[in-house]
Design a protein around this ligand. Structure first.
Ligand code: GAL
Length: 343
């Protein structure tokens, strides 16, 4: 009897050993041939379905878009990827060259990416990009540079994630309106301003330029435009434009409006170099709320800025890209609010 029990026990052990071996073998085989198709819903990270996300940024050398793309990558990797799905994000530099960027998008298409996130060099390229993506049935999410409504209507697997630049312009104007004498620091009865514009092809630049001034005139404040010049979102250009304006108009300038913070940092350098003092004899406002500018706002060296919420926009863009990959119905526009920042 004892012998029979020992024999049976050995049999059980042997069987479980064999089963163990064979199941390990099949795990290895599964991992070895990584299956990237939508049906693969394994329960470990190694078995996860892989979604390829192609991101192209108009140029890497842009302070705000650098924060944006870093956040976008981080959110896809750290928050959205899990045991079931891994988002493989490739981010490329459009180098401010639309032809180059169009090629990059073509490469994403040829490499069968699942979704494309595009910060266009030129918004006018949107229709070409949409048609390319439509032919390949790869959804596209535009960020930061808004295409026209007609372009967005070309296909249902296309959406825009951004912020309403009119709101940021209006907030800049309100910051000035709330200052003593509504920003007329030299007391000559009108707010004389310098407008440092971004890239004028871009609605952010157009609307911020228009609505910052409109917020003042709507409230009955008299204004005078001394200079309006394009600075292409660039700090060095913001510095040059402001320096030249200060040389030409001196104390005639009450306010320097900059369409973004990078240019406001340049304007800040020029104002200091000219021996002027923000808050005492001149005012300066930007948009984006870059860390450096926020600390200048705290110390009073820059009058105010408007938070362009790159975190909120990056997360929304990624969430919309995921919806698109999952075949959910997309809205045309997803908008994130701006926030006024003053001392
Ligand atoms: C704006 C931002 C600018 C610049 C620009 C690029 O929204 O305020 O700093 O990044 O986008 O299109």
């Amino acid at each position: 009897m004892k012998r029979i029990i020992v024999f049976l026990l050995s049999l059980v052990m042997l069987t479980s050993l064999l089963v163990g071996c064979s199941s390990n073998k099949s795990d290895t085989a599964d991992n070895g041939s990584k299956d990237n198709t939508a049906d693969n819903t394994g329960d470990t990270a190694a078995d996860a379905k892989v979604v390829k996300v192609g991101v192209t940024i108009y140029k890497f050398d842009d302070n705000f878009m650098t924060l944006y793309r870093q956040e976008l990558e981080k959110y896809f990797k750290e928050e959205l990827s899990n045991d079931e799905v891994t988002y493989e994000v490739t981010v490329v530099d459009g180098k401010n060259d639309q032809a180059e960027q169009t090629n990059q998008i073509q490469t994403f298409i040829a490499d069968k990416y699942d979704v494309i996130v595009a910060n266009l060099v030129q918004s006018s390229a949107a229709s070409t990009v949409i048609n390319m993506c439509k032919d390949a049935d790869i959804p596209v999410v535009f960020i930061n540079r808004e295409p026209t409504t007609e372009d967005l209507d070309l296909w249902d697997k296309v959406a825009y994630v951004g912020a309403d630049a009119r709101q940021s312009g209006t907030m800049q104007g309100e910051i000035v309106y709330d200052l003593p004498n509504n920003g007329d620091v030299n007391g000559d009865g009108k707010v004389s301003y310098v407008m440092v514009m971004g890239d004028p092809e871009n609605v952010d630049a157009q609307y911020r330029t228009e609505f910052s001034v409109k917020a003042l005139t709507d409230k009955g404040v008299a204004v005078e435009e001394l200079v309006k010049q394009r600075g292409d979102w660039d700090q060095a250009k913001g510095q040059e434009i402001t320096a030249a304006a200060l040389t030409q108009f001196g104390n005639g300038i009450d306010v320097v409006f900059c369409n973004n913070d990078a240019m406001a940092l340049g304007a800040h350098q020029a104002i200091q170099a000219a021996g002027r003092t923000v808050g005492t004899d001149i005012y300066l406002v930007g948009v984006d709320a870059l860390d450096e500018v926020v600390s200048y706002v705290e110390s009073g060296e820059i009058t105010g800025t408007v938070l362009n919420d790159h975190v909120g926009q990056a997360k929304t863009a990624a969430d919309v890209a995921v919806k698109a990959v999952n075949g959910e119905t997309l809205e045309k526009n997803y908008t994130v609010d701006y926030v006024k920042i003053t001392k």
